[in-house]
Ligand binder design. Structure first.
Ligand SMILES: C[S@@+](CC[C@H](N)C(=O)[O-])C[C@H]1O[C@@H](n2cnc3c(N)ncnc32)[C@H](O)[C@@H]1O
Length: 370
């Protein structure tokens, strides 16, 4: 994407994207058939939202109407079809790769079908490793049912192929709002911890022996030093018998209970680089695109973090149900490459327009504007 070599963000075919001769590719066709043409181990990150079972009808071209996912009468057939597509994705994904699957549920004869988990369990049976089940809290439910609660969440599952996979946690840390007060004589953590109370509890403890007391004091001093050096912003210390513990007291079950049993104390600290987001994400769905071409557009805010954490520099993001192209737009915005597949030519045209409209040159580099 450098001005010296290129004139713009380049569209190309699959191989051109893999060989870095193009930045993105939008491919018309059935996800399964198109994926079968991909080489092994070529994709870094998949982020996708397949059609939900019996929920929506898309603007799909006549010639592809039989391939459409989500119109099956039997939920098992839907699960099988998706599992089959994810088997093909398993083949094309690099061993270090990740899959982020957003999927919603469905009531059938008043019965909540549990479709997201049916798909997730089928994928685990095929060898996928599930790392997170993220609850996407959409914060507004449109229906007002009279005999049950409103639905406001969907699932986003994070799957990997192997125990070791690419994950850059530092890229998605949330900045700490409160910072410590550090001066020559007095250091106070972001939530007001100075260490004075802990020091007193350690020295006066009747449940710690002398060696344990010394080790606890050394660790406390070391933690305060890390606070002064700007490595951490906050910490909490739990000393045998001095604090209430909320975890299991059984050392076999809880690592912290074990530490407390063996050493007489443990310290938890908050990294100055920020904290890791939780598995509940509050993001309002995008309405902007609904009125014109599409019903279920990914809000960009939802997909930036998965790409930041699990797609390395220059990596390729794939969305096999790309619709109006949100995943490819987000990938390009983050300077990655993107491949999208969809059965609808209309949606792919919208996707291309979205990409082209957002290209800007910043400091000699072509990018998608934020
Ligand atoms: C939930 S939408 C995805 C929306 C997308 N995340 C976005 O931001 O626009 C699902 C998409 O899957 C497409 N689709 C349905 N069956 C398909 C198949 N067999 N192969 C590829 N795409 C398919 C539909 O045309 C629709 O665009």
């Amino acid at each position: 994407m450098n001005l010296d070599n290129d004139t713009t963000i380049r569209s190309g075919n699959l191989i051109e994207v893999i060989e870095s001769q193009a930045d993105y590719s939008l491919i018309l066709g059935d996800a399964l058939h198109i994926l079968q043409t991909f080489p092994n181990d070529c994709i870094d990150c998949v982020i996708t939202s397949p059609p939900y079972w019996k929920l929506r009808e898309y603007d799909i071209d006549e010639e592809f109407s039989e391939d459409e996912i989500g119109i099956e009468n039997d939920p098992k057939e839907y699960v099988n079809k998706l599992a089959q597509i994810f088997r093909e994705i398993y083949r094309v994904l690099k061993p270090s790769g990740s899959v982020w699957l957003n999927i919603g549920d469905k009531y059938h004869n008043k019965n909540l079908m549990g479709m997201p988990w049916r798909v997730a369990l089928a994928m685990q049976d095929d060898g996928w490793v599930l790392r997170n089940d993220i609850i996407w809290d959409q914060m507004k439910g449109t229906q007002s049912p009279k005999d049950r609660l409103r639905d406001v969440y969907e699932h986003i599952f994070h799957f990997v192929k192997s125990q070791k996979y690419f994950y850059d946690a530092d890229k998605i840390r949330i900045k700490n709002e409160k910072l410590p007060i550090i001066d020559e004589f007095n250091t106070i953590s972001a939530t007001g911890v100075s260490g004075v109370k802990y020091r007193k509890q350690i020295t006066e403890s009747i449940l710690l022996n002398d060696e344990e007391k010394q080790n606890a004091l050394n660790s406390l001093e070391n933690t305060l030093k890390r606070l002064r050096n700007g490595e951490i912003v906050d910490f909490r210390m739990t000393i045998r018998g001095a604090q209430r513990t909320f975890h299991s007291n059984n050392g076999k079950i809880s690592g912290r209970a074990k530490e407390l049993e063996e050493k007489g104390f443990f310290i938890l600290s908050s990294d100055a680089k920020g904290f890791i987001p939780s598995d509940i994400w509050r993001v309002v769905p995008e309405d902007k695109w609904r009125k014109d071409t599409h019903y279920a557009v990914f809000p960009e805010e939802l997909i930036l973090n998965p790409i930041k954490a699990t797609c390395p520099d220059n990596g390729i993001v794939l969305d096999p149900f790309v619709g109006t192209g949100s995943s490819v737009v987000a990938a390009l915005r983050l300077q990655k490459k993107g491949i999208g597949i969809d059965l609808s030519e209309g949606y792919l045209k919208t996707a291309k327009k979205r990409i082209e409209e957002q290209i800007v040159a910043i400091n000699g580099q072509f990018q998608l504007k934020f």
